[in-house]
Write a protein of this length. Structure first.
Length: 455
C-alpha cells in the first residue's frame, strides 16, 4: 500500500482522535483547520479533488460548534447570501456543460468546502480570546511555510514528500505548493496581517512581539525566494497604498519604534545584498520579454474569443483547459501546444468558465468581503482594526496578482481566501459587541459623574 496514503490516514485519524481527547477541543480544532487549510495533502478521488487533510478538523469543528454554540448559523449575514448565489450559478453552469461535466461539479465542490471553512471560522469567533487563537493559528501556518521556503531556497528540497513537497532543486522556492507563484499568492494574503501585528499592534508581551518579528522576517524572505513577479508587484502596490493611507490619516504615528528600527535594518541589509536580483527579476526580465511574458497576450486573445463564443454559461468550472484547443489561433510565434494552457488572468478565466454573470457574481462576493473589512478596519479596538487592515490589503495584493495569474481556485489559495473571509466577518460582529460595551461604559461614566456632582 502507498506509504503516502498510510501517512495521510494516520495523520487524519490522529487529528480527529486528538481533538476529542484534549480538554480545549474546539481551540485545537480551529488551529489545525487553519494550518491544514494551507496544505494540499489528500486522497485524490477525481480530478485534483477528494478527501483532503483539512476535511478532518473541518468536520470535527463543525460538529463541535453545532453541538456547543446556541447561535451557530450556516447563513451569516453580509457575505453568505451572495456567495451561495455564486455557488448556485456555478451549479447551473455545470448542469449546462456539454463536456467534462464531472470536472465542473468537482470544482464546485472546492467552493463548497471553502464555504464550510468560512462558516467554521466565523462561528468560532465570539470573543477577543478567540481572536488570539485564530491569530496564533495563522502565524503558525505562515511561519511553517516560510521556514520551509527559506530552507528550500538556501539548501534545496527538505525531503517532505509526505507533504507533497516538490523534490527538485530550483532557484525559486516552492514551499509545499505546486508552483512558486502559488506559494507567493499564499504569502501575500497573510504577510500584510503579520506586518500590521508586528509594526502597529502594541502588546505587553515581549515574546509575542519577537514572535511577530520572526514570522514577518521569514515570511518576507520566503516571498522574495519565490521570485514571483506578479505577487511581488501586487504586494508592493498593496503595501504602498496601505502605508500611504496610514500617513494621510495620521495613523503612522502609532507605529512601534523598535520593530520599525528592526524592519529598517533588516530591509536595508536585504536590499543591499539582493537588489540586483530584484532589479533583474522585475525590470530586466520584463525588458528582455521572455517567452513567459510574450505568450500572455496570445493567451488573453484566446480567452476573449472563448468568452465571446460562450458569454452566458462559459465552458464550466475547470473545463477551460479542455475547450481552449478550439479557440487557439497560432501565428507561428509559439508552438500550438504552448497556447493550450490556462489564460494567465483569473478574471478572464472566471468569465470564460462560468460566463460574464459568473464573473460579476464573483466580484460582488469580493466586494461584500471588502465592504465588511473596511468597517472592521475603522474599529476603535487596535487589534480588530489592524487585523481588518491586514486582511483587506492582503486581499488587495492577491486581487492585483490575479490580473497576471490563474490560481484563484487552487485548493490552498481558495481555502485560505475564505478562511480570512470568516475572520473578517467574525471580527465585524465582535466589533459590534465591543462598540456596545464602549457605549455602556460612557453612559455609566456620565451617570456616575452626575451623581458625584449632586453629592
Amino acid at each position: 500500500m502507498d506509504t503516502k496514503f498510510l501517512f495521510f490516514l494516520f495523520l487524519g485519524l490522529l487529528t480527529g482522535g486528538s481533538i476529542f481527547v484534549v480538554k480545549e477541543k474546539i481551540k485545537l480544532a480551529i488551529i489545525l483547520l487553519i494550518i491544514f487549510s494551507s496544505l494540499r495533502n489528500g486522497i485524490i478521488l477525481y480530478h485534483y479533488n477528494g478527501i483532503l487533510l483539512v476535511d478532518f478538523p473541518l468536520i470535527v469543528l463543525l460538529i463541535l460548534e453545532i453541538a456547543t454554540f446556541k447561535n451557530f448559523t450556516f447563513l451569516p449575514k453580509k457575505v453568505s447570501g451572495i456567495y451561495l448565489f455564486f455557488i448556485g450559478w456555478c451549479i447551473v453552469v455545470s448542469l449546462n456543460t456539454s463536456w467534462m461535466q464531472g470536472w465542473s461539479f468537482n470544482e464546485v465542490a472546492k467552493f463548497i468546502r471553502a464555504y464550510l471553512i468560512f462558516i467554521a471560522v466565523f462561528n468560532y469567533l465570539n470573543t477577543r480570546k478567540d481572536i488570539s487563537t485564530v491569530v496564533t493559528g495563522l502565524l503558525l501556518a505562515v511561519f511553517m511555510h516560510s521556514v520551509i521556503g527559506v530552507c528550500q531556497w538556501r539548501m534545496g528540497p527538505l525531503g517532505l514528500t509526505f507533504f507533497e513537497e516538490p523534490q527538485f532543486r530550483y532557484y525559486r522556492s516552492y514551499g509545499l505548493f505546486v508552483h512558486p507563484v502559488m506559494f507567493a499568492d499564499y504569502l501575500i494574503l497573510i504577510v500584510p496581517v503579520v506586518f500590521r501585528l508586528f509594526m502597529f499592534q502594541h502588546t505587553q508581551s515581549k515574546n509575542r512581539t519577537l514572535f511577530y518579528g520572526a514570522v514577518f522576517v521569514f515570511s518576507a524572505a520566503a516571498l522574495f525566494s519565490t521570485f514571483a513577479r506578479g505577487p511581488w508587484v501586487g504586494f508592493i502596490l498593496s503595501m504602498a497604498i496601505m502605508l500611504s493611507i496610514d500617513v494621510i490619516q495620521k495613523k503612522f504615528r502609532y507605529i512601534k519604534t523598535i520593530p520599525l528600527i528592526m524592519a529598517i535594518v533588516f530591509g536595508s541589509f536585504f536590499l543591499i545584498k539582493y537588489s540586483p536580483k530584484i532589479y533583474e527579476r522585475l525590470i530586466e526580465d520584463t525588458r528582455v520579454s521572455t517567452d513567459s511574458s510574450k505568450i500572455r497576450m496570445p493567451l488573453i486573445k484566446t480567452a476573449v474569443r472563448m468568452i465571446k463564443a460562450k458569454p452566458i454559461f462559459g465552458t464550466g468550472l475547470g473545463c477551460y483547459i479542455k475547450w481552449v484547443r478550439f479557440f487557439v489561433v497560432s501565428d507561428g510565434s509559439f508552438d500550438y501546444d504552448d497556447l493550450k494552457q490556462n489564460v494567465h488572468n483569473s478574471y478572464l478565466l472566471i468569465a470564460a468558465e462560468i460566463g460574464i454573470l459568473g464573473l460579476v457574481l464573483y466580484l460582488l462576493v469580493v466586494a461584500a468581503i471588502l465592504k465588511v473589512g473596511l468597517k472592521v478596519a475603522k474599529s476603535k479596538s487596535s487589534l480588530i482594526s489592524n487585523l481588518g487592515k491586514g486582511v483587506i490589503f492582503g486581499y488587495l495584493a492577491l486581487l492585483i496578482e490575479f490580473m497576471g495569474g490563474p490560481d484563484y481556485r487552487i485548493h490552498q489559495i481558495l481555502n485560505t481566501f475564505w478562511l480570512l473571509a470568516g475572520v473578517v466577518v467574525g471580527l465585524y460582529y465582535i466589533n459590534l459587541k465591543y462598540q456596545i460595551q464602549l457605549r455602556a461604559k460612557r453612559i455609566l461614566s456620565t451617570a456616575s459623574q452626575k451623581v458625584s456632582q449632586k453629592g
